[in-house]
Design a binder for this molecule. Structure first.
Ligand code: EPU
Length: 337
């Protein structure tokens, strides 16, 4: 385990914010984890865990120790009549893992193609796209409990998943290091074609509805709307789609007939935050180096040289404008260190 001081994190967060870690290390194996947990001076300082850095707003200086998970590996661990059970290490790049499952002939993750980040980060905010959430496929999440160094597995229900949320983002935050994730991919999986333009795009290209083709069109749709973090810094959707009572939506729609909403549960609906932000005049608009993307208003972008204060200045103004116009509160999706 190598310990680095004043380590630059600018290339380790997809927003591309200028940030320096007071101390930094990468964990490649469980031996590294145990070495870290035995280090008495290090145990006294604050630890923060970095995955792919795709859902984070980093301050200019990150005190304490920043730990990056770099453990790799993926394998079929079990198979029965109904499903494949596939295990992947936390440091695997999410999209490489999805591509591998498709190459192996497994189904279930195709709608989640091209999401940035790592396997270990995927359960934390229950990543989701095109009608699928990762919770639909997670069998268990195995973590190192930081207080004891012991491995602990969480079943799907123990992870307490909900829309862009989980136990690991709430009560479990800072207590566990997600080490590996086991997925259950059903052999009689159902293809999800209903969300967004997936079915339309398959039909337009004359492609059969199968997992590989779904992955292909999802990648194309995402690339056409979402900026590539390699080219322009961003953290995907910056706000969650707000969940409101049906009555609130019904009232809003009388005034704004083109309002977009999606069914949720328990008499609630999700409003399309991208639509609200767009209508509030923020699509393509910026304050200083930070703005909302010109092709998808839900994505906050760093046009270059931004820091966390610049991000929050723009984000706060977007929230205020949406609230003033529609009376709806927006909640940021990325985690703020
Ligand atoms: N819209 C606008 N203007 C915009 C953006 C969107 O009017 O500038 C409208 C669209 O026309 C559409 C609706 O808003 O009718 C929803 O837009 P879209 O289908 O692009 O999806 P989204 O709700 O904006 C969510 C996820 C994305 C995911 C897509 C596709 C959240 C916060 N975001 O976005 O996830 O890729 O659906 O499933 O739930 C992410 O979390 O980082 C992410 C990219």
């Amino acid at each position: 385990m190598q310990l680095l001081a004043q380590h630059d994190l600018s290339t380790l967060n997809t927003l591309g914010l200028k940030s320096t870690a007071e101390l930094y290390t990468e964990l490649h194996s469980i031996i590294d984890v145990h070495a870290l947990l035995k280090d008495e001076p290090l145990k006294k300082i604050t630890w923060r865990i970095l995955g792919g850095g795709s859902n984070l707003v980093l301050p200019a200086k990150v005190g304490g120790l920043t730990i990056r998970l770099a453990n790799k590996g993926r394998e079929l661990v079990h198979e029965d009549e109904s499903a494949w059970f596939v295990k992947a290490q936390a440091g695997e790049i999410w999209n490489d893992f999805v591509r591998w499952t498709l190459d192996m002939g497994f189904w279930g993750l195709e709608n989640l193609s091209l999401i940035p980040g790592t396997v270990g980060a995927s359960p934390i905010q229950n990543i989701g796209a095109y009608g699928v959430e990762v919770k639909d496929s997670i069998f268990e999440v195995t973590c190192v409990e930081l207080a004891t160094g012991e491995l602990k597995s969480f079943s799907n229900s123990e992870c307490r998943f909900s829309y862009r949320d989980s136990f690991f983002k709430q009560e479990g935050a800072g207590k566990y290091l997600i080490w590996e994730v086991t997925f259950r991919l059903p052999k009689q999986g159902k293809l999800n074609l209903e969300y967004g333009d997936v079915r339309k795009e398959l039909e337009r290209q004359g492609l059969e509805a199968n997992p590989r083709n779904i992955s292909k069109v999802v990648c194309e749709i995402r690339s056409s709307k979402l900026p590539d973090p390699e080219v322009i810094g961003n953290a995907g959707s910056f706000f969650k789609n707000p969940i409101v009572p049906v009555a609130v939506r019904d009232q809003l729609i009388q005034k704004y007939p083109t309002l977009v909403s999606f069914p949720y549960a328990d008499g609630k609906v999700k409003l399309a935050a991208g639509w609200l932000i767009d209508q509030a005049g923020w699509k393509g608009k910026q304050i200083g180096p930070v703005g909302m993307f010109e092709k998808q208003a839900l994505v906050l972008v760093n046009h270059g040289g931004a820091n966390a204060d610049d991000v929050w200045t723009t984000a706060t103004q977007v929230c205020a404008d949406v609230k003033a116009r529609f009376g709806v509160e927006l909640e940021p999706e990325p985690i703020r260190w």
